[in-house]
Design a protein around this ligand. Structure first.
Ligand SMILES: Cc1ncc(C[n+]2csc(CCOP(=O)(O)OP(=O)(O)O)c2C)c(N)n1
Ligand SMILES: [Mg+2]
Length: 395
């Protein structure tokens, strides 16, 4: 009998984050011993202090108006998010998944899309929805339980929200392969989180897209957590490097730098559209709020971690740059503040005024046509409902 060699973990690469992951202190962003380069790994064009820096491979040249428009996007989507969180706390929404801290990742990616491109969101991409021209009230209606997503995914080129972790990456690859076969001009942009990279679906999507050169860009917002599970429990290597195992480029971008995200996503989408296949973008960012309003992050992470990330705030750094470079004055910021106040007031008013849906309507969109079994459930439900109103009238 031949001797079976003892199993060791030599095949594993060391955890680059170390046993005690500190996302700020030890600079794990650029600590990638497996991939030593002259340049830092992280693509950044705007430092946390708001200083404009150059990168050898990525550049961007925006006018003052374009920079101001990005600032407006960032400020308004944050305001909608803060308002929605408050509405949930007051019982007006069933739940809310906050984008706080991830505004630059979403606006940078959303503004890189061209009209023919198709976006596939998770449940947190309110900023991308904004870029696709979807009214925030459509998103709010979903979280209030009034509808199942009221926007038209084909018209807006923004798919419906997907709660099943990672599933939309396969939808995006399938859609991209369809576009390829139809001779379309666009590409797909598939959003997912760090936690989703542990799903089979995401890995299957990577393989299919690679071998078919599908026009798709995988946009992973590494916000450091999958609910309470920190990134070091999800991976032994930086996520962007997963791509090389599948045979396509992976790139890590500062997810709190809207300029870098825009530049990197634009480039990856161009490559996809021109037949060069997929790219994985890892937008390195931080979830400043709870996973959803049902979660309490103080149970599993230190307040100091959050304080450190506040210094990397995506909106403050663009503001600092605009002010320092004289590309926006006090009147501009006041006008944005006023517009934010008005938007927040509209969101609040239209939420509380939103009519309750007919409860039986939940059966309408389950299948294209109602099935006999579903019809039976619907009838039972209607009888049950009617029982309630009789009881009330007896009281
Ligand atoms: C297939 C599947 N498994 C588990 C869940 C429960 N779940 C909802 S969100 C989430 C974590 C996702 O983390 P990540 O991908 O990092 O995205 P984030 O919420 O941080 O944006 C999990 C496990 C789910 N919705 N779908
Ligand atoms: Mg996450």
């Amino acid at each position: 009998m031949s001797e079976v060699p003892e199993l060791t973990d030599q095949g594993f690469e060391p955890n680059p984050f170390g046993p005690h992951h500190d996302p700020i202190g030890s600079d794990p962003i650029n600590a990638d011993e497996q991939n030593p380069t002259e340049q830092p790994v992280l693509v950044q064009l705007l430092t946390p202090e708001g200083e404009r820096v150059e990168h050898p491979d990525y550049s961007i040249d925006l006018s003052a108006e374009e920079l101001q428009a990005l600032y407006r996007d960032l400020a308004l989507v944050r305001r909608v998010d803060v308002e929605a969180t408050a509405l949930q706390r007051q019982g007006e929404l069933g739940i809310w998944a906050s984008l706080l801290g991830q505004e630059a990742a979403q606006i940078g990616a959303g503004r890189a899309l061209l009209p023919d491109d198709m976006a596939f969101p998770t449940y947190r991409e309110h900023g991308v929805a904004w870029c696709r021209g979807i009214d925030p009230m459509s998103i709010i209606g979903l979280f209030r339980g009034c509808d199942s997503g009221a926007w038209d995914p084909i018209e807006s080129k923004f798919n419906l929200y997907t709660i099943v972790i990672g599933a939309q990456t396969l939808h995006a690859v399938g859609y991209a392969m369809g576009m390829q076969r139809d001779g379309g001009q666009g590409a797909c942009l598939a959003f997912f989180g760090d936690g989703a990279t542990s799903q089979g679906d995401v890995n299957e999507a990577f393989i299919f897209s690679a071998v078919f050169d599908a026009p798709v860009v995988f946009f992973c917002q590494n916000n450091q957590y999958a609910i309470s599970e920190p990134i070091e429990k999800q991976t032994r290597i930086p996520l962007y490097r997963r791509a090389s195992g599948f045979g396509f480029p992976g790139i890590r971008v500062d997810g709190n730098d809207v300029l870098a995200v825009l530049a990197v996503t634009r480039r990856a989408l161009e490559a996809a559209r021109s037949g060069q296949g997929p790219t994985l973008i890892e937008a390195y960012t931080y979830r400043m709020g709870a996973h959803t309003t049902s979660d309490d992050p103080s149970r599993y992470r230190l307040a100091s971690e959050m304080e450190a990330w506040k210094l990397k705030d995506p909106i403050e750094r663009l503001k600092a740059y605009l002010v320092r470079s004289g590309q926006a004055d006090a009147a501009f910021f006041e006008a944005i503040e006023k517009e934010s106040d008005e938007l927040a007031a509209r969101v609040r008013r239209e939420t509380v005024e939103m009519p309750d849906p007919d409860p039986a309507s939940m059966f309408d969109n389950t299948y294209a046509e109602i099935t006999p079994y579903l019809q039976e459930q619907r009838d039972t439900f209607l009888t049950y409902q009617a029982g309630f109103s009789e009881e009330r009238s007896h009281a």
